[in-house]
Design a protein around this ligand. Sequence first.
Ligand code: ADP
Ligand code: MG
Length: 278
Amino acid sequence: MPDIRIYPAAIGHPARQDEGRSATGDGLVFEGISHAYVAANGSTPVLDNVSFRAGPGEVVCVVGPSGCGKSTLLNLAAGLLRPTAGRAYWKGREIHPGVNPDLGMAFQQPGLFPWMTVRRNVAVGLTTRGSSRVEANRRADEILDTVGLSGFGDAYPNQLSGGMAQRVGIARALALRPKLLLLDEPFASVDAFTRLKLQGELKTLLSLDKPTVLFVTHDVSEAILLGNEIVVMSPRPAAVRTIIPIEREDRDRAGPGYARKMTEILKHLGVETNLARD
Ligand code: ADP
Ligand code: MG
């Protein structure tokens, strides 16, 4: 079953984005966000007083242990969940459940519609928004070309490798030129080599349209490569452990800055970095 949640913001209730204007400024802002999932057998606290922001055009990566609440944070940013406490803002307006036309999302499972061609999977969001079929297909082919999939427009999702399907998922999110892009471990199910290539491609794509990006990953090297800032979360209920700025020179995997940031982040995550003991 395709996971329709990944679909770029075409679902939801009537928009209420105009309410709750605040002085928090532009970009994506989390202000004292706490969240607990409530079930019949009790409540699971997941996020604990989380505050940080991603300024316009910034890429903020969120790293943290599995199950700490990273996807929950993305769902809050997408307006798919309401926080138990605190507020989230996009462009100075409180995020409420509903349609955010600025939003694009890609999750770990690309969730492509299996009965549609690759081109149609990418184009369908554009036609939903009123583009003509010809124009939507043209844009789909253009973005497929950019993610290295020219020639695959007529293929069906079951004819693609995992890495190619991931690219289609990202292409679909980017086709709408989202101003806010939420990525939840989009490369988690591809092999290490493909992943390195996709990271480079995504970096190029982000430098073209410059959306504000919240990027969840458990891959610290990916976070350093793509992020302007890295938010390191503690185990559940997750609080912000630290926020680490990344400079351009830190992205050179062979350079000293990269090693320093890597060590710093892994320490915050409680991972021993020097195994050269014998
Ligand atoms: P992460 O993305 O960091 O791995 P999640 O945000 O997916 O973590 O989940 C955080 C915690 O909340 C986990 O313990 C998970 O089991 C729990 N959780 C996630 N979604 C739900 C839900 N809909 N109902 C109840 N518990 C949930
Ligand atoms: Mg997750």
